[in-house]
Design a protein around this ligand. Structure first.
Ligand code: FAD
Ligand code: MLT
Ligand code: ZN
Length: 484
């Protein structure tokens, strides 16, 4: 835009957006009875923003037109999918000047190519619906996480989500072959190839994935499909220590090979919270052991083969002292029940009150020492804290969460301790060669800390990329990178 061109007024921008998307798909606080809180409040209720408008486009050309209109009006855009993100990345700030671009109307499954083992879906497709579409066509789409009933594939790509199958299938990035993206200039990049090999220059797809809505709007994606396993078995094991859990992981890799599709660890306090808030779930084996592990074995032969392999693994683990007790689910219902317990930790923790959430990765071999040392440090520095420790041990990814001491209000605890606790934990992460975000991303919650823990040259390259692709800093400003 030329320097002297007057900016369109807010009213004329809203009118333009209504023309592009249809009046019913542009919501503002001035609408009678308007309640924008579902788009303005983050899942953990850490932040309540205020949107200029919530805009819900129905197609990629509409997204492009919305971005162009916002660019002309210098109006920032916050892309949003299911709003299940855990780092305050998908809600507007409280200025009332940002629009939320909600992608949930764009939820179609565009195509399935069985021979190419791919599925092409729009960004607003809910993960569970994508899994179901794949299964309906006789395939597995392996991305799986507790929020799968409401998170979207666009959000999964935006955050490069992990979840519980990463040990076998990788993060969302590894499941993606192509993207359709609207750039910060309102141009459409048609990169929806289903190609597994393409060495024609910079990898823009992987740049977009995990960029948390700061580099482009993901409108559609071509994702990988896999054969459905012939059998899937789930076991729940009590383990005497974190070192034993790591030893069990090594044994499981050795015995199950690519059949090992899940390996989750949970400490006694995390399971105690599930037992306290959801007693009907009947958590097994948790009272007499510091840690439990949930393992999944996916087999390409049959159930008998899977069971024999699994039982042999557990026997060897019992003999070696890596496991003190174990149960193998007898059927799918029992298996789902065990997974449901694991997936309920986040909700149980939220029910207990606000907590300081950490989503860290450490080389698996160093996790036992990290936990022992950091637990001791925290106990000394912030007496009485309760550690809710669980996560994807198979990926070296722990949710190393710090809950207020018994009886202390979560808000007060966070106000007084969050900064100190974060510094203490992140310094330990650095010491153990880890990352301060394994899967949830940086968002707003960690943006201030990133410069202290990210390689300065990497950070400078990130800033250069942002400047080149979004010179007006319109897309999700202040997330991932602090404002220039
Ligand atoms: P949103 O929350 O709406 O947005 C997340 C980020 O992506 C924002 O920065 C947003 O701007 C950006 N974004 C959204 N859509 C687009 C788009 N179309 N184009 C560009 N950018 C976009 N995460 C894990 O990784 N592993 C887990 O195991 C896991 N378990 C969870 C369990 C629970 C109970 C909950 C509540 C959350 C969990 N999460 C987990 C976090 C969250 O579900 C994921 O980050 C998920 O990928 C977010 O998807 P969403 O559609 O809700 O995105
Ligand atoms: C999980 O693994 O359950 C999620 O990442 C959510 C959380 O950290 O609470
Ligand atoms: Zn997780």
């Amino acid at each position: 835009m030329h320097m002297n061109t007057p900016l369109p007024s807010t009213a004329s921008l809203i009118a333009q957006l209504r023309q592009i998307c249809g009046a019913a798909n542009v919501l503002t606080h001035d609408d009678p009875g308007a309640d924008l809180s579902p788009w303005e409040q983050d899942w953990r209720k850490r932040v309540r923003g205020k949107a200029l408008a919530v805009v819900r486009p129905g197609s990629t050309p509409e997204v492009a037109a919305v971005v162009k209109a916002c660019a002309a009006a210098h109006t920032p855009i916050v892309p949003q999918g299911g709003n299940t993100g855990l780092v305050v990345g998908g809600v507007p700030d409280d200025s009332g000047t940002q629009i939320v671009l909600s992608m949930t109307r764009m939820n179609a499954v565009r195509a399935i190519d069985p021979a190419n083992l791919t599925i092409t879906v729009e960004a607003g497709c809910v993960l569970q619906n994508l899994q179901a579409a794949a299964e309906g066509a006789g395939f597995l789409f392996p991305l799986s996480l507790g929020a799968e009933g409401s998170c979207t594939i666009g959000g999964n790509l935006g955050t490069n989500a992990g979840g519980t199958q990463v040990v076998r299938y990788g993060n969302t990035r590894e499941l993606c072959l192509g993207l359709e993206v609207v750039t910060a200039l309102g141009e459409v990049w048609n990169g929806l190839t289903g190609l597994r090999k393409d060495n024609t220059g910079y990898d823009l797809r992987n740049l977009m994935i995990g960029s948390e809505g700061t580099l482009g709007i993901i409108c559609a994606a071509t994702m990988k499909l896999y054969p459905l396993p012939a059998a899937q078995l789930t076991a729940w094991a009590a383990v005497p220590s974190m070192q034993a859990a790591v030893d069990l992981l090594g044994l499981a890799h050795q015995r199950l090979g690519p059949g090992l599709t899940g390996f989750e660890v949970m400490n006694q306090f995390a399971l105690g919270l599930v037992d306290k808030h959801y007693p009907q779930l009947r958590v097994p084996l948790w009272q007499g052991t510091p840690w439990c592990v949930l393992l999944e074995n996916s087999d390409s032969e049959n159930e008998a083969h899977a069971r024999a392999q699994f039982e042999a693994l557990l026997e060897a683990a019992l003999e070696a002292g890596f496991v003190s007790d174990a149960v193998v689910a007898e059927n799918l219902t029992q298996a789902r029940g065990l997974w449901h317990i694991r997936e309920s930790i986040t909700l149980a923790q939220a029910a207990e009150g606000l907590n300081i959430k950490h989503d860290i990765s450490i080389p698996v071999s160093r996790i036992p020492a990290f936990v022992a040392e950091t637990d001791a440090l925290l106990a000394r520095e912030v007496p009485g804290v309760r550690m809710v420790d669980f996560g994807h041990l198979g990926d070296g990814n722990l949710h190393y969460n710090v809950q207020a001491p018994e009886g202390v209000d979560g808000q007060v605890f966070l106000r007084e301790n969050e900064e100190r606790v974060n510094t203490l934990v992140f310094d330990q992460v650095l010491k153990f060669d880890g990352s301060i975000s394994a899967e949830h991303g940086v968002g707003e919650l960690k943006v201030g800390k990133l410069p202290d823990y990210k390689d300065p040259t990497a950070l400078a390259m990130m800033r250069a990329v942002k400047q080149a692709l979004d010179p007006q800093n319109l897309l999700n400003p202040g997330r991932v990178l602090t404002r220039p």
